[in-house]
Write a protein of this length. Sequence first.
Lengths: 100, 627, 181
Amino acid sequence: MNSAQMVLMVAAVLFALGLVGVLTRKNVIFMLISVEIMLNAAGMAFVAAGAKWQQPDGQIMFLFILAMAAAEVSVGLALVLQIYHQHKTMDVDRLRELRD
Amino acid sequence: MNQLLAYIPAFPLLGFILLSLFGRKLTNPVIAIIGAGTVCLAAITTIVLGVSFLQTPPQGGAWQQLLWSWFRVGTLSVDLSLRIDALTLIFIFIITFVGALIHIYSTFFMRHDADYARFFASMNLFVCSMLLLVMADNLVLLYLGWEGVGLCSYLLIGFWYDVPSNCRAANKAFLITRIGDTALLIGLFLLFKELGSLNMGTILQQAPKHFVSGGASITLITILLMVGGMGKSAQLPLQTWLPDAMAGPSPVSALIHAATMVTAGVYLIARMNGLFQLSPVTMAIVAIVGAITLFVAGCSALAQTDIKRILAYSTISQIGYMFLALGVGAWSAAIFHFFTHAFFKALLFLAAGVIIEALHHEHNIFMMGGLRKRMPEVFLTFLAGAAALSALPLVSAGFYSKDAILWYSWSAAGGNPVLWLMALAGAFITALYSTRLMLVVFWGDMRSPVHEQPDKGMIIPLIVLAFFSVTAGFIEWPHNLFHLTLFSDQVQQVLPQTVMKENEPSEWLFQGIAALVTLSGVYLGYVLYYGKSGVRWQQSPGLSATRDFLFSGWKFDQLYNYVFVKPYLFLTRINKGDVIDKLYNAIAQGSMRLNSWFSVSQNGSLRMYIVGVLAGILFIITLQLLL
Amino acid sequence: MVITRFHPVHALLYLAVSFFSSSMVFLSLGAPFVAALEIIVYAGAIIVLFIFVVMMLNLGRETAQQEKEWLKPKVWVIPAALVLLLLIEMIILLFSEDKQVMQIAVVEPRKLALSLYGEYIIAVELTGFLLMAGIVGAAHIGKHKKTELHRFLQNGHTDKEKTTYTRKTETVTTEQTAIHE
């Protein structure tokens, strides 16, 4: 059992935990936190792969994921604020205005 | 002098642009100055041009001005270029001069109307389009003007658009002329296919070499062009729109539906004389159509009670004369009749407008009467117009032009006694209904009070037009009398000489007969309508059926209703549950069904969506593992 | 631990712990620059952003109570089972690969930067666009819509609007700090 595989496994576990979080929580903030975990896990997988081939590309990908996560969180949290102002709730199951 | 050409249509166009852009902000006097002033400027330009044209006739008999190239497609190159020769000069003179008088008249006639600017904008656009039509150097530009006048006619007939019947009349006019326009367009396409050019000069030059005289293709093309002209000029069987077009304001009827636009068909045929001469069949058809139209419309005019409808039917009838003259090959006579007709018919319409306004929008002539004393200027000018219309011998312009047509309809190469008899009957009827109109409106008891006297500004154009209605005929005398032919000398630079038959009876005889017939028509009218006898005759039951028949314009509307509208409605009713549509409906319904199935999954729950994504991932990875 | 907390602030603390540990993992993988960024951006900026939102929305004990009600076994068993399945599959996939020992070699930030502004320059610019869009989007969405009210009804609302306005500016500034790393 080598290092790269261990790291990838950690990433997979982190990803799975994040997914569970997204799926089980009803609160939008918790869902966003879980998404952060998942992104982190994906970034970790990239870095591990980069380390395995000893190339900087993996880390660059991590940088991009980082930037994307920052943008996503800022927009997502702005949305959360707006949702809270308009609906006075954070329950995603009650935000069903898109259903037909 | 060439450079002045473009200004003639440009002035009204400028007026149109100014009025349509800023019309709402301007006050009525400014609108009147722009609206009438631009047309007056065009008229002055035309007169300057015309004088220099007569003094120093240009080489080849025409001035040309190339403004710019419009478009080029393949071998077709269409230029925006204007051309003036004698024929065009007569038309633009009438359009701008009579147009200017009518504009001056309308500044007073329309002064209480809320849409003052819109009226003048449309009128200016009309004048511009009409000028383009007659000054066009090629048939595409002519067609542009042709459609432009159709559009303005539609806009102005439906000017008082808050009355539904006016809108229906406008639609009717537009749709029926559209039949003719389509025929014209197809004719133009065929012409281009045959000759590869739509330039008028080229067409007239090449046509005799390219076409066999009397061949099938030339006959087809000329018939299509003729149908186009018939639509615009309200000839049988496309005449039904013109009486309804009287829904527009009186100046509109005078300008568009009497003096200028309705003669566009005459212009087209006269301009394309080289083509029409190649097809004797079409010429005969033109003559026959003209003869039948003048008779039918004249009879209808006899039975009308609305003053403007009487004039409308008489316009159709007079244009019938022009077509007859064109058909028998009396080109210059047709144009001469157009020339005089424009004056006296515009005069009659404007005078009718004055009367209608003075009597609180009363159109029925039997509700008028006795106006001779109350409105003397209108009476005198109307008398001049009516005399010209009924072609009273020697003193009126209408006599000289109509007499020429009558004479040619017998003696010209294409003429024959039947046409002559029709025309003679038409002349009799014309005299009869003119007399009836005069007597009923101006003599007898006064049945409606005159509530206001017309403005001086409305009377002056009437007087000018009345002067021309009397004197316009003097520039062309019959061959046997003085033989003064100023008019046809000019016109024959462009139009071919009228070919005469050999060994015909003397012209004196025909003039005598025509004068006699006219006078007897007047006398009959006098007997029937003067004093009380007219009323008695009107009420006699035996004639009422005939009168109803004539009143409805020979039931043409009803006929079209049965022949075209009813079957069309029947077909549409059959096709209502369209078979082909069913297929498309099935597709639409199928997708609706699928949509309703899938929309169950669209439940708005975010976590359901994520579970869906997860299931997808699981499915793919499982596949990867298993395979 | 992050995903099972009821109180949001607790969850965030655990998230910070998670970030720190993954940063250590990066360090051990020979990526010191990325490890530093992980701490600065994730643990520094993003978590701060979350905390701001938690503060602004005033999520406290009652939220935790609510969360407790929401987080019933009935709710989480099925997704958890599914995810477990996914995890197992991923691990199987991982171990079905060849097993060669990896040498750890430190990739210097210098090499990283060269590559970043060399072959990935377009991606960098696109990321710039994305961040720009993120700023504009957040500023726009976060803007509290002005409710048009009759002036008799406005009195109660003006104070509230003022506060939301200041809050919004705060959010934007935090975002910018986050983005400027």
